[in-house]
Design a protein around this ligand. Structure first.
Ligand code: ZN
Length: 175
């Protein structure tokens, strides 16, 4: 036994935090979606842009099939998860699509909502925050619904519209 087993190919699906932290490829492929690049470009702190340009070249931008986006949206409604952006939904859809094709997708994210949905879909996750980040992360809360931003993430609700806040790295100091 053994020689007839074909090892599944790993595909890492990167969210904005993975790109901001400069997640480095060890094996397999790296992909992301257009919305993530935009999220980092317009929402990320200026010092990360150099990293972004570097990482962007490595991560292939893919667009999920509508069929998979619908599956993700349906599941989100079922479980009542409201902290997901369009970028998050697309990443999960990409993960499902790769899984269907026989790959081994791994969602790389620091976001709790994304991690939660990945687990519900039985997709492997890599929690970027535990992956050798040598520095102090200062988190900034933002609302995926009305774009409110500010303060430190406490898992709370948006003071403007009441949606569940998400977080992203606001600054990082290497000391
Ligand atoms: Zn809001």
């Amino acid at each position: 036994m053994g020689n007839s087993i074909v090892k599944e190919q790993k595909v890492y699906i990167l969210d904005a935090s993975a790109i901001l932290f400069g997640f480095t490829l060890t094996e397999g492929h790296q992909v992301t979606c257009r919305e993530v690049i935009e999220e980092v470009r317009f929402g990320g702190a200026a010092p990360y842009r150099a990293t972004l340009i570097k990482e962007e070249a490595r991560a292939k931008i893919v667009e999920p099939k509508e069929k998979y986006v619908k599956i993700v949206e349906k599941k989100i409604k079922e479980v009542g998860e409201i902290g997901l952006s369009e970028a998050d939904i697309k990443l999960l859809a990409i993960a499902l699509e790769f899984k269907d094709k026989g790959y081994q997708p791994i969602v790389v994210s620091a976001d709790y909502s994304v991690q939660n949905l990945s687990l519900i879909f039985n997709i492997n996750i890599e929690k970027i925050i535990h992956r050798g980040v040598s520095g102090k992360i200062r988190w900034v809360s933002y609302c995926p619904n009305c774009k409110y931003a500010g303060g430190v993430f406490k898992g709370g609700k948006c003071p403007v519209c009441g949606s569940r806040l998400k977080r992203r790295p606001g600054s990082l100091s290497f000391k």
